[in-house]
Design a protein around this ligand. Structure first.
Ligand code: ADP
Ligand code: MG
Length: 247
């Protein structure tokens, strides 16, 4: 747990005069379940986009393990193991759940395509994809189109698709948004069941989910880093209370 999977050093993203993300420094230990929370407008989505590589920072440095990835494009970060889910579904709704995962697995395998003959690659991808669907609790839905799945099931499928890219650091973008209480509970179990050496960074609104899932929580407020600690420490922190109460 002492190794750092992801390190932010003085990361900023300003939009003109607006400091959406301002000099944020956070170290995410390897294998941790780390959540970023904060009231509306705190900068969570902007920070997430900067970490994933969708937006470039206006200042600061981001490291994945020992590598500086500050100016690396999103797809190269993903190839290095920093993989995100999308808050607005990026699934192929008319393809089956299995096909959606298989596309991600085959894209990952494509990196090794000259090493393994095609029929063996396809069979291996199908088997791996079924395994991933099973791990997110969707094995019995594998033949359904993504469009026929419930909202919660689609979120589970998005995780399977992300896992297909073999992440060492998995970024979850507000996974509980729009989920029912039972879908959220199920999603929490899914995240808890992921391999313990996988680092999970979660940007999330739902504090019950965060406090039930995360071992460390960073709180943002108006673009600034307010506090990082265990869920208990965060709950007990006066600055955090004030930020949420708006006083
Ligand atoms: P959160 O996700 O915590 O609610 P955001 O990261 O979406 O916060 O937004 C942080 C601040 O940055 C807000 O004041 C928002 O209006 C502003 N903001 C976000 N994206 C842009 C953008 N593309 N251009 C200008 N301002 C933006
Ligand atoms: Mg947001």
């Amino acid at each position: 747990m002492s190794e750092v999977a992801l390190q932010l050093d003085g990361v900023s993203r300003h939009f003109g005069a607006l400091k959406a993300v301002d000099e944020i420094s956070i170290a995410v230990p390897s294998g941790s379940r780390h959540a970023v929370i904060g009231p509306n407008g705190a900068g969570k989505s902007t920070l997430f986009a900067v970490i994933a590589g969708t937006l470039s920072p206006t200042a600061g440095r981001i490291a994945l393990g020992a590598d500086d990835i500050t100016s690396m494009p999103e797809h190269r970060r993903a190839a290095r193991g920093l993989v995100r889910t999308f808050q607005h579904s990026s699934l192929f709704l008319r393809a089956s759940a299995l096909q959606n995962v298989q596309l991600a697995v085959q894209r990952q395998q494509g990196l090794h395509r000259w090493l393994i003959p095609r029929p063996r690659r396809t069979a291996a991808a199908a088997a791996r994809s079924m395994q991933l669907l099973e791990s997110v609790g969707l094995a019995d839905r594998h033949a359904q189109t993504a469009g026929a799945l419930s909202h919660g099931e689609r979120r589970q499928l998005e995780v399977a698709v992300a896992l297909g890219a073999d992440p060492s650091v998995l970024l979850l973008d507000e996974p509980a948004a729009g989920m029912s209480a039972s879908e959220t509970a199920r999603f929490k179990e899914l995240v808890l069941s992921l391999p313990s050496d996988m680092t999970i960074l979660l940007v999330e609104h739902d504090l019950d989910l965060v406090f039930g899932l995360a071992d460390r929580v960073s709180v943002l407020h108006l673009g600034r880093h307010l506090f990082t600690g265990t869920p208990q420490e965060v709950r007990a922190n006066d600055d955090v209370q004030r930020a949420y109460l708006g006083t």
